[in-house]
Design a protein around this ligand. Structure first.
Ligand code: IPM
Ligand code: MG
Length: 361
């Protein structure tokens, strides 16, 4: 049945717009060749929005994003805005979008493509066949906790404060997402915190344990201190299936997991809220200002994020799988952007990668 969806595109800063241009090619292909029609709108976020509106995410753009069926984001930030006041920095725009739409569940899969095994700094045997999913709580914890700020104590002394805080319901709702997803995967959840030193971690562990016993006892649950998880991720990453963790630990652990796959340029993410609110899809990597505008960026993380959008927001798992298979085919073929270049492969530009993908489709 023919279906129409609205997608809000926020290319952002740095390599964001270049990577997003390749997604637009895919959207053109979908509109022409499938029963799904994706109507796109575009808006500014991050430094691009700051330059235009004097703030990193304008309310008018927010309302358009809220009305869409899904949102695709490129990346935000760059040295150009280093001097900008904290709450007006590009990153604050992204945090506002996540918070305003209450996108509490951040899904960050780390999947090793066979063709990229040698791009990882880890030994092939450690990562071959790796398929883990980090479920990061995205709108709570130290990122948003109050009180926060920098206080002047006089005599040249200052005090910086942030607050790590979680409630039962915040932990339960992210817990349900992780357990649900584990049921559709290998059936194992590793919950990470620092219950040994933090009360919020102790509460996290207790609430996850209670939820597990009440609703998900068929799933295998283990608890792990977040520092140990960081170590285990590089020691023996295949022990993990779903990792659930808070906002800050999730930020760190997902960067580590990303590198297992060879390049930060390969990792997609989805941020989901309550049913019927638009999901947000963005690569895990940043805006990479050092290579912006040179056609060197790897668009695959953004493209794989778009595949997640097709799966989770547009109910088109078959199309998502087709795109993921096309990515695999292109990589098997030796097509590489600079970040994942290897012997006997051929290097292509950002748009060259998008074209190769279209050809594979
Ligand atoms: C991420 C990023 C963001 C975060 C920044 C850009 C605010 O590192 O999505 O992982 O810290 O959440
Ligand atoms: Mg991060």
């Amino acid at each position: 049945m023919a279906v129409e969806k609205t997608l809000m595109i926020l290319p952002g800063d740095g390599i964001g717009p270049e990577a997003m241009a390749e997604v637009k090619k895919l959207i053109g292909w979908i509109n022409e060749n499938t029963d799904l029609t994706i109507n796109t709108e575009e808006g500014l976020i991050g430094g691009a929005s700051y330059d235009e509106f004097g703030n990193p995410f304008d309310d008018s753009t927010l309302e358009r994003a809220r009305a869409a069926d899904a949102i695709m984001l490129g990346a935000v930030g760059g040295p150009k805005w280093d001097g900008v006041e904290y709450n007006l920095r590009p990153e604050a725009g992204l945090l506002k979008l996540r918070k305003e739409l209450d996108l509490f569940a951040n899904l960050r899969p780390a999947l090793v493509f066979d063709a990229l095994i040698d791009a990882s700094t880890l030994k092939p045997d450690i990562i071959r066949g790796l398929d883990i999913l980090i479920v990061r709580e995205l709108v709570g914890g130290v990122y948003f906790g109050e009180p926060r700020g920098i206080e002047d104590l006089g005599n040249g002394e200052r005090r910086g404060v942030n607050t790590q805080v979680y409630t039962t319901s915040e932990i339960q709702r992210i817990g349900r997402v992780a357990f649900d997803l584990a049921r559709k995967r290998a059936g194992k959840v590793t919950s990470c915190e620092k219950a040994n030193v933090m009360e919020s971690g102790k509460l996290w562990r207790e609430e996850i344990t209670t939820l597990h016993a009440a609703e998900f006892s068929d799933v295998n649950l283990e608890h792990m201190y977040a520092d140990n998880c960081a170590m285990q991720l590089v020691r023996a990453p295949k022990q993990f299936d779903v990792i659930i963790t808070d906002n800050l630990f999730g930020d760190l652990l997902s960067d580590a997991a990303a590198m297992l796959t060879g390049s930060l340029g390969m990792l997609p993410s989805a941020s989901l809220g309550a049913p019927y609110t638009p999901g947000l899809y963005e690569p895990v990597h940043g805006s990479a200002p050092d290579i912006a505008g040179q056609g060197k960026a790897n668009p695959l993380a953004t493209i794989l994020s778009f595949a997640m959008c097709l799966r989770y927001s547009f109910d088109r798992a078959n199309l998502a799988t087709r795109i993921e298979n096309a990515v695999q085919a292109v990589l098997n073929d030796g097509t590489r952007t600079a970040d994942i270049m290897a012997d006997n492969c051929h290097e292509v530009s950002t748009s060259g990668m998008g074209d190769a993908l279209l050809a594979a489709l």
